[in-house]
Design a binder for this molecule. Structure first.
Ligand code: PGA
Length: 249
């Protein structure tokens, strides 16, 4: 069956010494759940974080990557560069990338393909904004986001995909989707995948929820049958809070 996963997205937080401190705090925590644990520091601190987490249960992952294999893209980082330092997973399509860096379904198809070709696992993020939720378009929006970026992939490729439903209105706002709202959307996503790729594949894909997950609400959200973990922003910056979420399973 599918894995439970809790991934911390540090975003543009933590310089080198803060990265070392947080990793060391994380390594002092005790994991009592079966969840895979991942953290995503900034690009510049990935190598140090990988070194510090050797022989631990924490996987260090990237927050983003470029779609091209290499070339004249000043300031960008390629999938191969990530793989070459030992990164095995990248977040792609986070709503902040879509909103502030013009990432679209079209550019994300290319990123997903490039990541998979380079043998990276992908945590693919998507979700509706507040207006879309209010006008009742959220199911259609999510369906088109995943169809456009992922439905060309083979069953083999889907083994390296993790989905992260992150309603934009719940990210960094303190407002969380209710456990029922999360479950309804996750069940819809799984059904959408099952319709085109079959039940076995749909049941094997981990679908994470992201948006103001905290120690106080994680247990209830993770108790829903189609919620297989979380992508955690703010609460991943404190080791105790992050592990309280990891251990909420
Ligand atoms: P948040 O962020 O937990 O701070 O709401 C979630 C995310 O952006 O992945």
């Amino acid at each position: 069956m599918r894995n439970n996963i809790v991934a911390g997205n540090w975003k543009m937080n933590n310089d080198l010494s803060q990265t070392k401190d947080l990793i060391s705090d994380l390594k002092n925590q005790t994991k009592t759940s079966d969840a895979e644990v991942m953290v995503a520091p900034s690009f510049i601190n990935l190598q140090e974080a990988i070194k510090q987490t050797e022989n631990s249960e924490i996987e260090v992952i990237a927050q983003n990557m470029h779609f091209a294999e290499n070339g004249a893209y000043t300031g960008e980082i390629s999938a191969n560069m990530l793989a070459s330092i030992g990164v095995k997973t990248s977040i792609l399509g986070h709503s902040e990338r879509r909103a502030y860096f013009n990432e679209t379904d079209e550019s994300l198809v290319k990123k997903v393909d490039t990541a998979l070709i380079n043998k990276l696992r992908v945590i693919f993020c998507f979700g509706e904004d507040l207006d879309q939720r209010k006008s009742g378009e959220h199911f259609n929006v999510v369906e088109s986001q995943i169809k456009n970026a992922l439905f060309h992939l083979s069953s083999e490729s889907w083994k390296n995909l993790v989905l992260a439903y992150e309603p934009v209105w719940a990210i960094g706002t303190g407002e969380t989707a209710s456990p029922e709202q999360a479950q309804n959307m996750h069940a819809f996503i799984r059904k959408t995948i099952a319709n085109t790729h079959g039940d076995d594949l749909a049941n094997s894909v981990s679908i994470l929820y992201g948006g103001s997950v905290k120690p106080s609400n994680a247990k209830e959200i993770f108790s829903k049958p189609d919620v297989d973990g979380g992508l955690i922003g703010g609460a991943s910056l404190k080791a105790e809070d992050f592990f309280a979420i990891v251990n909420a399973f």
